[in-house]
Design a protein around this ligand. Structure first.
Ligand code: SF4
Ligand code: SF4
Length: 312
């Protein structure tokens, strides 16, 4: 089961919820942790895939789940996109490559072919369309992937290089590397805030989207946008966690009731949580009594996913 944890805006406590959910499952659901992906034995499986619980921090512009889960990271690799490189001994400066590039990432100026890596999407169209076969592709590194484990939790995250504008290729490579379809593991994906392309890429293929919001007019505004993307555009089941319960009004409750969206958990406004987070401690480390509520949250999601599968 793949659970994407998202929020329409930053600062709602999305990573707080995602990390505490993972830590609570790890501490209280040995059956989940002990699950072995079918066909894989401990000996030949990468360390982050040896257990049944995996956490992927897909907020590659600002990955911070590692602050709370404190994983030991072993494997590191550069990731990027394939960008064109021109062989001037073959190029006739015909301009065809620039014509086909919808991203304006390549331009022919006199006897020069200019390539703008920060605009290039690595689509390969210029290479395919060059009549002289003068273009080949080279890797342009835009970030890194790292993986390891945090106790029994498999962990991996991606980090976008400073100055690089495109985070989606890192998220898709992070997921491609670590997710195997239908292997029965529980996977928690921590999405970036907002509702733009990186969030859509993170949610794609998830079984459930958990939306973390706060009960304020701003929270409601961004929750509506997140529901639009997750439920209405991607067709995924959604549920809500209301964080900092007591800080605002009843707008989120009324909206969820009207839309038939379940509110699966409420986290009170509590100074101890803010202090813990400012110290780099997970919510359930500061308030261990909340572990059982996160396990209940997990079990509610399991039921939501199962009932949706039955209905299909
Ligand atoms: S399409 Fe090929 S030959 Fe034409 S300008 Fe581009 S690189 Fe040169
Ligand atoms: S790979 Fe695609 S985006 Fe990049 S320069 Fe070529 S046509 Fe443009």
């Amino acid at each position: 089961m793949i659970i994407a944890v998202a929020s329409g805006k930053g600062g709602t406590g999305k990573t707080t919820v995602a990390t505490s959910l993972a830590l609570s499952i790890a501490a209280n659901r040995p059956d989940v942790v002990a699950h072995r992906p079918s066909g894989e034995s401990r000996g030949n499986t990468p360390i982050e895939r040896r257990g049944g619980l995996l956490f992927l921090d897909c907020d590659v512009e600002e990955p911070n789940a590692a602050l709370f889960l404190k994983p030991v990271l072993g494997e590191r690799e550069d990731v990027g996109i394939m960008i064109p490189q021109v062989d001037y001994s073959l190029c006739t400066f015909c301009g065809r490559c620039a014509e086909v590039c919808v991203w304006h990432a390549i331009a022919v100026v006199g006897q020069k072919v200019l390539i703008f890596p920060e605009l290039c999407h690595g689509c390969g169209s210029c290479t395919l369309n060059c009549p002289e076969g003068a273009i080949h592709e080279v890797l342009h590194v835009i970030g890194t992937l790292e993986s390891g484990c945090a106790g029994p939790i498999g962990f991996a995250h991606g980090t976008l290089k400073v100055g690089e504008p495109m985070s989606v290729p890192i998220i898709s490579q992070l997921k491609k590397k670590h997710l195997t379809e239908n292997d029965g593991r529980t996977v928690i994906l921590d999405a970036s805030p907002g509702t733009s392309c990186p969030v859509v890429e993170t949610m794609r293929g998830a079984d459930f989207v958990l939306l973390v919001t706060e009960p304020t007019p701003f929270g409601l505004h961004d929750l509506r946008l997140a529901v639009q993307v997750a439920r209405d555009e991607l067709g995924l089941p959604v549920g809500v966690v209301v964080n900092r319960e007591g800080v605002g009004d009843m707008g989120v409750d009324e909206y969820c009731a009207a839309e038939g969206i379940p509110i699966l958990m409420r986290i009170p406004l509590d100074r101890r949580i803010a202090v813990a987070i400012s110290r780099g401690e997970a919510l359930v480390e500061a308030l261990p009594e909340m572990r059982s509520q996160f396990v209940t949250l997990y079990e509610k999601i399991q039921r939501e996913v199962a009932s949706r599968k039955e209905a299909q």
